[in-house]
Design a protein around this ligand. Sequence first.
Ligand SMILES: Nc1ncnc2c1ncn2[C@@H]1O[C@H](COP(=O)(O)OP(=O)(O)OP(=O)(O)O)[C@@H](O)[C@H]1O
Ligand SMILES: [Mg+2]
Length: 383
Amino acid sequence: MDKDFNYSNLKLGIIGGGQLGKIMSQKAKKMGFHVTILDPTFNSPAAQVSDKHIIGGFHDAQKLEQLVQDSDVTTFELEHVDTTILKELYDNGHRIHPSPYVIELIQNKYEQKKLLDERGIPVPKYKSVESQEDLKSFGFPVIQKSKREGYDGKGVLMLKTEADLEKAIQSESFIEELVDIDKELAVIVARNIEGEIKCYPVVEMLFDDRTNICDSVMAPARISTEIEKRALEISTNAIKVLDGVGIFGVELFLTKSGDILVNEIAPRPHNSGHYTVEACATSQFEQIIRAVTNLPLGSTKLISPAVMINLLGEEGYEGEPFIEGIHEALEIPELSFHFYGKSFTKPFRKMGHITVLDDDIDRALEKANKAKKILKIKGSKQI
Ligand SMILES: Nc1ncnc2c1ncn2[C@@H]1O[C@H](COP(=O)(O)OP(=O)(O)OP(=O)(O)O)[C@@H](O)[C@H]1O
Ligand SMILES: [Mg+2]
């Protein structure tokens, strides 16, 4: 897209119609762009706020091609996509960012880790599993991960002792040393077509013990300026290695001995960057659009400390969602409520989130935890 491109007519295509696509689409509409999304589900969250919805799966070559042909630029809200046709279209000059080659690399967690490692980015010790014997290489406990298709902790397994080998993942996998984690951190990094890079503040991710889903995020992280500086440097270098254009969620481990390791990189807006909508000068969702349409990146300045909490489907319920406690929760000052508009809830499904601002991060956390106790996403059916 060169400088004389008429942005008033820009057509954006988004692969994936979930909550990330929804907020991305809302930001694109704010900028006056035309948005088409590709998603298999009728009335998916992003379809509710987009101009056009192509109903199709992420492995449907014909529908992927239709989206790219219809759009000036195509981007992603998820990485589990068939890249074959996308690579062909990209090689023929269609604008797809990040490039399907970057997406393909990231799809394989092992190849991703190997590249980062070879280029000097610190990662946990890892090894490909070619035989049952390889699973024992690091002793126990050890983490086993499938190379492909993992998300929300699915495809990650802890083998506590040798006896756990019988429940080991059978698909292509690798093992990783069990990291002695002090905190899980994340940095959202934006890189535009010109190669300009901007980082958002380092945030702290807190996980639900039952599901391994990141359920709250604190911005900024409660870390020293030295660790903050190192986290930003490592994240920036990791995105330079990938050579990608768009938004990248870099997940980091801060170890008990003070090292920072890269866990994995998401090539799209990230759950840990939801807070940027209310708390930063430019949200990650506007930023990705700027990045992939060859516009200058916006400021990533944190305007206020924030805590984000995911609203997960309550255990024991499924069906049409019902929001319990909304009146009481929305009394809490500086609380912003997001509900994705999914027509079906099930246990631990991401249904919405809240972002709470406060000049004091600990007070923001208190207010967010209060809201979390009040708000429950129940369903029409008890299970
Ligand atoms: N080597 C490790 N040592 C200790 N804990 C780990 C290790 N690898 C992963 N974990 C834990 O498991 C979680 C999920 O791992 P990972 O991010 O690789 O999986 P995922 O399915 O892609 O998850 P998500 O979609 O939530 O990012 C991590 O956030 C961390 O809590
Ligand atoms: Mg992860």
